[in-house]
Design a protein around this ligand. Structure first.
Ligand SMILES: NC(=O)c1ccc[n+]([C@@H]2O[C@H](COP(=O)([O-])OP(=O)(O)OC[C@H]3O[C@@H](n4cnc5c(N)ncnc54)[C@H](O)[C@@H]3O)[C@@H](O)[C@H]2O)c1
Length: 314
């Protein structure tokens, strides 16, 4: 298959593109930061990296019309709610429209984009039950509302033009090189692995991490099919408090210095942390590695960067 990945040199794209190349796809990666795709050189001619700006329709159209892809995947985004409104709208909303419109004009059979768990908003709106894709969205940050609107854009294109466009709502993606978005659960692992102390406001703050290798696999599987059964899929992940995560880290690094300012008060402030991903599991057969193993993997990735030997798990 031919696949165009926009925003492909980022945190998730760096894991996704090697998976696509390994299954034999020819990948055109367009990113405003193509230098970060230097690691794709080992993948040979299967992966081409181009500089391009998703906010510029001509640039998206040029890449998509030349590549004639079977799949278009859009990962280009700003993770956070700190942008001036016009800049956020241009990248997150117009950028998404540029992808959908180019896919329409070029007849791309299936377009895939990243939504987010952020659309659902705080868990307190749902009580202690798992949030499904059909639940009302309560997210009200710039990022969440942009994602909610992206889901509407996808539906509008699908209904008006009969296109297949699939949104994936990743949970709190984790990995040693994560820089943007929710990072407390990342720092709870990476800072002790670097020998640094770390302090968080609430021991009972809840997260639902999913390792970046697992979310890359989700995008790969969804992109393998031409017409998924649903328009939106929750990735799900492992529900855990930062306090529990700290204990898991201490199991591997007994000397880890992880502190909390308060034991309680975080749970009610947490985003959604109970997520039903049965759609994804039933249709695509995804199975995530035990989270404990992923924590050890991250610790050992950080240790490898520092030239330290790996810690052995059980
Ligand atoms: N990482 C997470 O925890 C998480 C969770 C939920 C949803 N998501 C979503 O998944 C997608 C990918 O996330 P990520 O973690 O890989 O993010 P990232 O920021 O690491 O990657 C985004 C990529 O988009 C590129 N980009 C930015 N502006 C661009 C532009 N104008 N034109 C072309 N490329 C541009 C960046 O250079 C970067 O390579 C995003 O839509 C994000 O909102 C991520």
């Amino acid at each position: 298959m031919r696949i165009v990945v926009i925003g492909g040199t980022g945190f998730i794209g760096r894991r996704l593109i090697p998976l696509l190349a390994a299954r034999g796809d020819s990948v055109t990666c367009m990113d405003i930061n193509p230098a970060a795709g230097a690691a794709f050189a080992v993948l040979g001619e299967r992966v081409r990296v181009l500089r391009g700006d998703v906010t510029q329709f001509d640039e998206v159209m040029t890449v998509v019309s030349e590549a004639k892809p079977d799949r278009l995947i859009n990962l280009a985004y700003h993770i956070g709610s700190d942008l001036p409104p016009r800049v956020a709208t241009k990248l997150n909303v117009l950028g998404m429209d540029n992808c959908f419109e180019a896919a329409r004009l070029c007849g791309v059979p299936h377009t895939i984009y990243a939504s987010s768990l952020a659309v659902s908003g705080p868990q307190r709106h749902f009580g202690e039950r798992a949030v499904t894709e059909e639940d009302r969205c309560y997210g009200d940050s710039q990022y969440a509302v942009n994602k909610i609107f992206n889901e509407f854009q996808a539906r509008d294109y699908a209904e008006k033009y009969g296109m297949t466009i699939t949104g994936i709502r990743p949970a709190n993606v984790t990995g040693p090189d994560k820089l943007f978005g929710s990072v407390d659960h990342v720092h709870c692992i990476t800072e002790p692995a670097r020998g640094n102390p770390v302090t968080f406001p609430y021991r009972d703050a809840m997260r639902i991490p999913i390792h970046v290798d697992d979310i890359a696999e989700v995008f790969a599987r969804v992109s393998a099919v031409e017409k998924p059964r649903h328009r939106i899929y929750n990735s799900g992940g492992t529900t855990i408090s930062l306090g529990e995560l700290a204990e898991m880290v201490r199991g591997f690094l007994p000397e880890a210095r992880i502190q909390f300012e308060q034991d309680t008060g975080g749970r009610e402030r947490s985003g959604n942390y109970l997520i039903d991903n049965s759609r994804l599991v039933e249709e695509f057969g995804v199975q995530y590695a035990p989270f404990r193993r992923r924590v050890l993997q991250i610790i050992n990735d950080v240790r490898a960067e520092r030239g330290a030997p790996p810690i052995r798990g059980d």
